[in-house]
Ligand binder design. Sequence first.
Ligand code: FE2
Length: 216
Amino acid sequence: MSFALPRPHLTPSPSGPFAGAGAGAGRRRWRDGPTPVSLADLTALTRALAEEVRSGRHTATVDATSRWSQRLHADAYLDVWLIGWAPTQAAELHDHGGSLGALTVVRGELTEWRWSRRRVERTDDTTDGGSASPVLAAPGPPGNVGPGLRHRLLRTDRGAAFALGHVHDVSNRGLDSAVSVHAYSPPLSTMSYYEVDGDTLRRTRSELVPAGVPPE
Ligand SMILES: [Fe+2]
């Protein structure tokens, strides 16, 4: 299937944003899901939009009482949000149902806690240099890494991509506010939430995501 991502400023096209050949069509990988948009496409889109936010094309707000968000684009394939994070604001440990996702930090710093079930020393989904970290919540001695939560710091202009099955929490643990751009394909329709019990990830609930509801 051929497609074209919307231009970064997301002006609606009469022929639809996915008409024509897409730059990411040849870069699909096994982690890409049932959508014509690849993780690389989503990452590139959030980077481009982050630049647009910095240039003033989109205005971001930070609300100390609740996480602020604004939808930048929505169509059958793609859902894009601008999110403002005051210090201490956080999501909740969650997945993205059947959607792929990506984020880029426009300004500030965000911390991602990600569940890893594999015996690895560092995270491997950092698409543009988020700083990977050692395990912080896994059993066993150092170097004998099992399932657990790992964290990485996503600084300004850094980001992360979310393949199917990616379970994470995102928060602003810094002293300054942060702003990020998030894109999902297909648009989020369900999300599950989790808790960690020792070295076990336990799903606590699943929810439908009504259209237009901000993502986690
Ligand atoms: Fe998420």
